[in-house]
Design a protein around this ligand. Structure first.
Ligand code: CTP
Ligand code: CA
Length: 223
């Protein structure tokens, strides 16, 4: 019933959402990843769809089921995600980067399983591309860019720096150490950071957070 009841205030808007974690190959058996479950990104995709948007979801690894009426593209690594996002971004009105993208990947992933005998205990890493930063540098006219920021300390200060560095219009910040926030939970505690304001929200479900994020974005682009 909620679905029908939602105001279709995003009708006509094309929204690209990234969600979940990326996996960076070490060898055919192992990879580097993080604790992201994709819940926040999938909630955003669902609510944006219910509010009438045309949603494309670029999803890293999650165990969540598909969201009805949302185009989903599955990716594995940060590089795969970057390639898909680059293809899709020019036509989007709103881009929301909820994915937890790996910052580093193994420099020389192996085709054969690494054996403990005769192998070093060091994996050399290289930086991945910062997708949000790329989007900020290539932002189209009237395109709205929303990033996330996960911190364990100095959340506001670090997130403000990300807003600027990545040329984003909104950063949704959360502190991993706050109860009810972060990975795997059904709730989140977030702070909206824009150029001219910092707004702290109460604890609420990820779907409610998604609604609030979309309200915030609409209030900024409808001006
Ligand atoms: N992000 C991205 N590509 C990367 C790394 C991060 O697009 N290679 C995006 C994330 O999707 C998120 C935002 O950048 O929207 C912030 O991610 P976060 O990990 O909090 O910040 P980083 O800039 O990676 O800095 P750090 O991890 O050092 O805090
Ligand atoms: Ca990071």
């Amino acid at each position: 019933l909620k679905t029908i009841a939602r105001k279709k205030d995003l009708k006509g808007k094309k929204i690209l959402i990234t969600a979940g974690s990326t996996q960076e190959k070490i060898d055919p058996v192992r990879y580097i990843t993080n604790h992201s479950t994709g819940k926040m990104g999938y909630a955003l995709a669902k609510i944006a769809m219910q509010r009438g948007a045309k949603v494309t979801l670029v999803s890293g690894k999650t165990s969540l089921s598909d969201v009805n009426f949302v185009d989903k593209i599955d990716v594995t690594s940060a590089k795969d995600m970057f390639e898909e996002v680059k293809k899709l971004e020019p036509s989007q009105d709103i881009i929301i980067k909820a994915a937890a993208v790996a910052d580093f990947r193994p420099k020389n992933p192996k085709d054969e399983k690494i054996k403990k005998k005769n192998s070093s205990n060091v994996i050399e890493l290289e930086k991945t591309d910062d997708i949000l930063q790329y989007l900020g540098q290539n932002k189209k006219a009237n395109q709205f860019l929303c990033g996330f920021s996960m911190e364990t300390e100095n959340m506001i200060e670090n997130s403000k720096a990300k807003l600027e560095r990545k040329n984003a219009d909104l950063i949704v910040a959360n502190n991993l150490k706050t109860k009810g926030a972060g990975f795997g939970t059904d709730t989140n505690v977030v702070t909206f950071i824009t150029k001219d304001a910092t707004k702290e929200l109460e604890i609420m479900s990820k779907e409610e957070v998604a609604n609030e994020i979309l309200n915030e974005i609409l209030s900024k682009i409808d001006k």
